[in-house]
Design a protein around this ligand. Structure first.
Ligand code: SAM
Ligand code: SF4
Length: 385
């Protein structure tokens, strides 16, 4: 047991937020305390994201700035963990020679042991051999005592051509239904009222389990847990989203009326090149069906502008589709090539200025739409999101 303090800085998505919480939980079980700041810590871990170039570079440059602190306090342990650590395992020690630990997302359960080894005077540790983490019982430690994340699957099988996730987090592995239910039940006994189920593609939950369970049956079972008052989930993939899900959302009152359904592009040509597995017409059909079952459903999305080959017509298709659908909100990203993802082999031919212009144009449109939707919800024409 140690009485040292750890500080974790998280980059990226909800998956990483949850992973950082798991790491905190595992370390607290070993006697570590949570530090309030980097200055106050004996160990600083950066839980990194590799989905976009920008977030990755921010992690590198912020960790670079800690070199000075490490010179002043050589006993300070610095760790670079998560997706960028996995992707760049062979270069992190060269780029950041003051770092002591590299650990990919598949290694999070071993982090306490690696830190013990380093504290015992051992060598630096590089642990990024396996992107796929074993199925483990997660610590119940939660930072928020009423609302929390529960991960239901890891990794992804979809290999969208722009996306690095399957390479750094491995293929989809779903957590057994009993393990998820057990975790939610224990959380409800601790006073948690709201759970957000996490997966890269929650709709494909169960595909690899071969025990008959799927996302809908999981939702139905969680719905029976007494203390849980609200259930949310992210992310739904349009190609696997079904009318059965919309009916379940309508019929189970604890399921929050919100769906995050990343569109990515409104152009049939670009969606094909992205390997998303649906057409704009299919996506529009889903939205129309959803609104017929749940007229006030809050709908959010992700959009990428500037994918290779995106011309003015393709961009207009995205713009017009967003205008037609009127999402409640949208995350809009400028495309960046992410080797070894497939599209990184295409020429990144949409210039930085055009990407910036298209990003600003879509953002402006979405801001107007979001404002209008908020006004309608406030006037109770639509319920508040
Ligand atoms: N699994 C989810 C899905 O399919 O939507 C989330 C995946 S990713 C972590 C979150 C978002 O990042 C994606 O929906 C996409 O819009 C964006 N993204 C992924 N790769 C990107 C890239 N190479 N360039 C720009 N944005 C990217
Ligand atoms: Fe990436 Fe596509 Fe999987 Fe989402 S569904 S994590 S975008 S490969």
């Amino acid at each position: 047991m140690t009485s040292k303090r750890v500080y974790i800085r998280t980059f990226g998505c909800q998956m990483n937020v949850r992973d950082s919480e798991i790491i905190y939980g595992l370390l607290i079980e070993r006697g570590w305390k949570k530090a309030e700041s980097i200055e106050d810590a004996d160990c600083v871990l950066f839980n990194t994201c590799s989905v976009r170039h920008h977030a990755e570079q921010r992690a590198y440059s912020n960790m670079g700035m800690l070199a000075k602190l490490k010179r002043r306090r050589p006993e300070l342990i610095l760790g670079f963990v998560g997706c960028t650590a996995q992707k760049d395992k062979d270069i992190v020690f060269k780029r950041l020679p003051h770092v002591d630990l590299i650990a990919g997302p598949g290694e999070i359960y071993n982090i306490p042991d690696y830190l013990d080894a380093i504290l015992d005077g051992g060598e630096k540790v590089m642990a990024a051999g396996m992107p796929e983490r074993p199925e483990c019982k997660n610590p119940l430690y939660r930072e928020n005592k009423t609302s929390t994340y529960v991960s239901i699957s890891e990794g992804c099988d979809n290999f969208c051509s722009y996306c690095i996730v399957p390479y750094v987090r491995g293929r989809q592995r779903c957590r057994k239904k009993e393990l998820v239910i057990d975790e939610v039940r224990s959380l409800s006994l601790m006073g948690i009222k709201e759970v957000t189920l996490l997966g890269q593609n929650v709709n494909s939950y169960g595909k690899d389990l071969k025990d008959g369970s799927d996302f809908i049956t999981l939702l139905e079972e969680i719905h029976t847990i007494d203390g849980i008052k609200r259930i949310r989930f992210v992310t739904c993939h349009p190609k696997d989203t079904t009318i059965r899900l919309f009916k379940t959302m309508r019929d189970l009152p604890k399921i929050y009326n919100h769906i995050h359904l990343p569109l990515q592009s409104g152009s049939a040509k670009i969606l094909k090149a992205m390997k998303r597995g649906y057409s704009p017409a299919h996506y529009l059909g889903l939205i129309d069906a959803l609104r017929s079952y749940i007229p006030d459903c809050n709908i959010t999305t992700d959009i990428i502008v500037g994918f290779p080959g995106e011309n003015n017509e393709d961009f207009k298709d995205t713009y017009n589709m967003m205008k037609r659908i009127e999402f409640d909100s949208a995350y809009i990203f400028k495309y960046s090539p992410r080797p070894p993802a497939e599209s990184s082999r295409l020429v990144d031919d949409v210039g930085a200025d055009i990407k910036k212009e298209r990003h600003a144009e879509i953002l402006k449109l979405q801001k107007e739409i979001s404002k209008k939707k908020r006004r309608l919800r406030k006037a109770a024409v639509l319920p508040m999101a």
